[in-house]
Design a binder for this molecule. Structure first.
Ligand code: PLP
Length: 373
């Protein structure tokens, strides 16, 4: 393949560039909130919640302080407590399993599929015990897990399903939006997400009115009206300033998803027939490519090589959660989750942000291929 000799700097994400493209509108929205004097929840947050419900097709959307809290609140809505077991994946961001452990429940890991990095539904049923209360699949890197299989297993055993859709707002599975297929969906608006705010933010989607109402109480210390507490909840509210920013960005989200998919399609084309193992998007899935993650031989050397060529990359994730020090009490050892562990040694996220140009993507691909020549 012929590649450009020109040197480029290609960032993994460029949040400031995204901001510049919307600067005036965002500044107007933020000023509006500042002038209103209403900084916590209120109509700006309610408006954004309505917009997310409309966008995802969920009946209810409840904003909160982060994606981590969205998971925690979702588990609290099901009264998860010490002794309960919740099935999830060991190949995800820490918060997924941590939210389970924080409530004293036990994260029970199930290995992943090698091609999508998502929980392997074939291995799920074996891990169900009388203590199992729910399943928490993660839609990693912007592609939904195999929800038909997961939902069928959950319903057969009377388990709830909380989708960790932190990385997957707008992804679809057989035409249905991530976060609306299970009982509850947890979203993150961390700045590097496809829909990111200027700080921390999160949201839970629900279709059941009872669960939605409980979530709106749990996020304000479990109060049904001020100073009257039905539950012991937490303080986890979405700031009005963040909601105002997110409302502006939501209008552009599909356009950004589209640009990411265009970059991913170009990578696919350029890596065709090479040694690079590209991420598979399963039939029926539309990925939002929150990350474009390849599996690479000599991953660490490739990463270093690309850095020398001006290309930023990242390793999501370098250690299976089963092997994290804080989860040593679960008693896992190396080799217990071979697919996840292999992924931790081979994955590398390449730049796929919407702000990149076609030339940036061609440059990154050329440098990857050059490494293997
Ligand atoms: C899969 C997954 N779950 C949960 C979270 C937690 O979200 P937050 O960082 O907003 O707390 C994140 C994001 O960082 C994530 O990627």
């Amino acid at each position: 393949m012929k590649h450009s000799v020109e040197h480029r700097t290609v960032p993994l994400v460029d949040i400031a560039a995204q901001h510049r493209s919307l600067q005036e509108e965002i500044e107007r929205a933020v000023l509006g909130v500042l002038e209103s004097g209403k900084y916590i929840l209120g109509e700006t947050v309610a408006k954004f919640e309505c917009e997310v419900a409309g966008y995802t097709g969920a009946k209810y959307a409840v904003g909160c302080a982060s994606g981590t809290d969205a998971l925690l609140l979702a588990l609290m809505a099901f009264d998860v407590k010490a002794g309960d077991e919740i099935i999830t994946t060991p190949f995800t961001f820490f918060a997924t399993a941590a939210s389970i452990a924080r409530l004293g429940a036990k994260p029970v890991f199930v290995d992943i599929e090698p091609d999508t990095f998502n929980i392997d539904p074939e291995k799920l049923e074996k891990k169900i015990t009388p203590k199992t209360r729910g399943i928490m699949p993660v839609h990693l890197f912007g592609q939904t897990a195999n929800m038909d299989h997961i939902m069928a297993t959950a319903r057969k055993h009377g388990l709830f399903v909380i989708e960790d859709a932190a990385q997957a707002i707008g992804a679809t599975y057989r035409g249905r939006q991530a976060g609306t297929i299970g009982d509850l969906g947890a979203f993150s608006f961390f700045p590097t997400k496809n829909l990111g705010c200027a700080g921390d933010g999160g949201l839970v989607t629900a279709n059941d009115p009872g669960l939605a109402e409980k979530l709106t109480m749990l996020r304000v210390h479990g109060a049904h009206k001020q100073y009257f507490h039905k539950y012991v909840g937490i303080n986890s509210r979405l700031d009005a300033i963040q909601a105002a920013i997110l409302s502006v960005k939501l209008k552009r989200l599909d356009e950004w998803h589209h640009a990411r998919r265009r970059h991913a399609a170009l990578y696919h084309e350029l890596f065709e027939g090479s040694k690079v193992r590209i991420p598979l998007v399963k039939p029926g899935n539309v990925s939002i490519f929150n990350q474009y993650v390849i599996q690479a031989h000599e991953r660490d050397r490739l990463k270093e090589y690309l850095a020398g060529k001006g290309v930023s990359t990242f390793i999501y994730y370098p250690l299976s959660l089963s092997l994290q020090e804080c989860f040593a009490y679960l008693g896992h050892k190396k080799g217990d989750f071979p697919v996840a562990e292999k992924a931790t040694a081979e994955v590398l996220a390449l730049p796929v942000a919407p702000e990149l140009t076609e030339e940036d993507v061609r440059y990154v691909a050329a440098k990857v291929l050059e490494f293997y020549q």
